[in-house]
Design a binder for this molecule. Structure first.
Ligand code: GDP
Length: 134
């Protein structure tokens, strides 16, 4: 049994859709505990740093505009196998490819506006939690 921590972000479209409570209920029902949470707004500089891995992608500028477009809810989730479990709850990046019943399948409107972020591995989880919570 591996208890892990992972970073989850309810992105600006998720906050605008008023589904923070619905998403957090899914975490709880899956056995994940929100152990830290804060609402914040990405500055352009934050967004550059957080998404630097995508800096050469054609959608990078659109991604910066989107992620800085309003408040986000940042959370540390803890639980057994939390990193993979959260990715499973989120569904695929493109909501059209996301499994039915996942957060993105149910709520995302496009491959860009896809409601949630989740760390994709132990190293990124550590770095991303540090990024927001020190
Ligand atoms: P994730 O780990 O599932 O969030 O996916 P990625 O790390 O590949 O991409 C980061 C974020 O960039 C995604 O969640 C989307 O918001 C955005 N994104 C990814 N691919 C595309 C794309 O092809 N076009 C646009 N406009 N945005 C994208």
């Amino acid at each position: 049994m591996t208890i892990e921590q992972t970073l989850s972000i309810i992105k600006p479209d998720g906050v605008r859709k008023k589904i923070i409570g619905e998403i957090q209920k899914r975490f709880k029902d899956a056995g994940l505990t929100v152990i830290k949470a804060k609402m914040t707004v990405f500055t352009i500089a934050d967004a550059h740093r957080f998404y630097s891995i995508h800096k050469d992608k054609p959608f990078f500028n659109d991604l910066l505009t989107y992620i800085t477009s309003g408040p986000v809810m940042v959370q540390v989730l803890e639980g057994e196998n939390a990193i993979e479990l959260n990715r499973k709850l989120m569904g695929a990046t493109n909501p059209e490819e996301a499994e039915k019943g996942t957060i993105r399948s149910d709520f995302a409107s496009s491959i860009e506006e896809n409601v949630v972020h989740g760390s994709d591995g132990p190293d990124t989880a550590r770095t991303e939690i540090e990024f927001f919570f020190g």
